[in-house]
Design a protein around this ligand. Structure first.
Ligand code: ADP
Ligand code: MG
Length: 371
């Protein structure tokens, strides 16, 4: 399928935006922490043509259904889980008033924790920004696409995914300060050091029996209230000194947040001095903290991480919310195949469904392809 074959004409504009992986800084976005994501090479491409009427027609290569049709005057927020809501949300938030034909082709795997949703939103936003000469900068577009997902799709995501999909740069990670939303590109030239990032999609999805996300967030908030400081401001020494004021669970959740925020800061320094052994060490510590203090890992993620490290990976950890989804491993380029084989074997011997693998170097953020 192509735009041509679906709509019978050529598009006015084509844009693409990538998915992302967060190198380190997990479950600290809502604690005013730092995150350090990078854009992956897999991207979503969108082709758009203006229409002379008020119709909006949508098609996706990943959805083998007929063309979805609505009207620009008919855009209302609603959480119905339909894929069309992502591009419609962006049209809505940008205040577009003209009809459009839109064709999406996404190479970011859907629902694997690599943010195909942000890739879709940001490709549409980049195309519309140019097509209608909106002159919005990348920060404006990040806020707009986050609003589209929060308010129009009904998913309460943070701003990390959209920021990195828009602002990513090849050979760099993006330090994002979740307190003031300031960003800084950090050089991360894996190829130069003969390294690559192996993404292991465990294909496991354990539903949260105990309302996991809300509980973690609430524990960090109550620890912060009892100690009088946010997780961002709290030092490990202060946390230890105030331990008796906290429940055991609050203490462990807070210990993850405090140490993880510190690890991101150390990781930036390690990247700047190309000390990838230290980067690997910090990634391993992040996984242990997510597993033991935050309790958001699961057997598949632990097996993926342990098998990758046993096969020689410099570091490995679960990424994303947890209880399934993907893990990442920092691996020598020459050892990628060996690592994959080891992880496959470990999954088979544990009776898990086979994982999927993706490889990526830090890649370019959203860009126009045809203008
Ligand atoms: P993730 O962002 O981690 O991939 P989400 O659940 O946030 O997972 O977003 C996945 C959803 O985004 C899909 O279920 C679908 O609704 C939408 N989506 C993303 N990419 C595409 C695409 N290429 N075609 C159609 N829908 C897509
Ligand atoms: Mg998403």
């Amino acid at each position: 399928m192509t735009f041509q074959s679906v709509f019978g004409a050529d598009p006015d504009i084509i844009a693409a935006a990538p998915g992302r992986v967060n190198l380190i800084g997990e479950h600290v976005d809502y604690s005013d922490g730092y995150v350090l994501p990078f854009a992956i090479s897999s991207r979503t491409t969108v082709s758009i043509k203006k229409r002379p009427d008020q119709k909006i027609r949508l098609a996706s290569a990943q959805r083998n259904t007929a063309i979805f049709e609505t009207s620009i005057t008919d855009l209302k927020p609603k959480s119905d889980g339909k894929w069309e809501r992502y591009p419609l949300g962006v049209i809505w938030v940008l205040g577009i008033k003209e009809g459009l034909d839109i064709y999406v082709d996404g190479k970011v795997p859907l629902g694997a924790g690599l943010s195909s949703s942000a890739a879709l939103e940001c490709s549409v936003a980049t195309a519309l920004n140019a097509l209608f000469n909106l002159n919005l900068d990348l920060k404006d577009l990040a806020r707009a696409t986050q609003r589209a997902e929060n308010e129009f799709v009904g998913v309460p995501c943070g701003i990390m995914d959209q920021s990195i999909s828009l602002m990513g740069k090849a050979g760099h990670a993006l330090l994002l300060d979740c307190r003031d939303l300031s960003t800084k590109l950090v050089k991360m030239d894996l190829a130069e050091s003969n390294l690559e990032l192996l993404i292991i999609d465990t294909q496991a999805h354990h539903s949260l029996v105990d309302g996991g996300y809300a509980e973690r967030r609430a524990a960090c908030e109550s620890a912060a209230a009892k100690l009088g400081k946010s997780m961002r401001e709290l030092s490990l020494e202060e946390l230890e000194a105030g331990k008796s004021k906290l429940t055991e669970t609050e203490y462990r959740r807070a210990r993850h947040a405090v140490t993880e925020i510190a690890r991101v800061v150390k990781c930036v320094t390690a990247l700047e001095s190309k000390d990838f052994d230290l980067v690997g060490y910090l990634i391993n510590k992040s996984h242990a903290s997510l597993r033991d203090d935050y309790n958001v890992s699961c057997p598949e993620l632990d097996v993926a991480v342990d098998a990758a490290i046993a096969a020689g990976a410099i570091g490995a950890r679960m990424v994303g919310g947890g209880f399934g989804g993907s893990a990442i491993a920092l691996v020598k380029q020459s050892e990628i195949e060996k690592t994959k084989t080891a992880v496959m074997a470990a999954f088979a011997s544990n009776g898990f469904k086979a994982p999927r693998f993706f490889e990526s170097l830090p890649s370019q953020g959203a860009e126009l392809i045809l203008n």
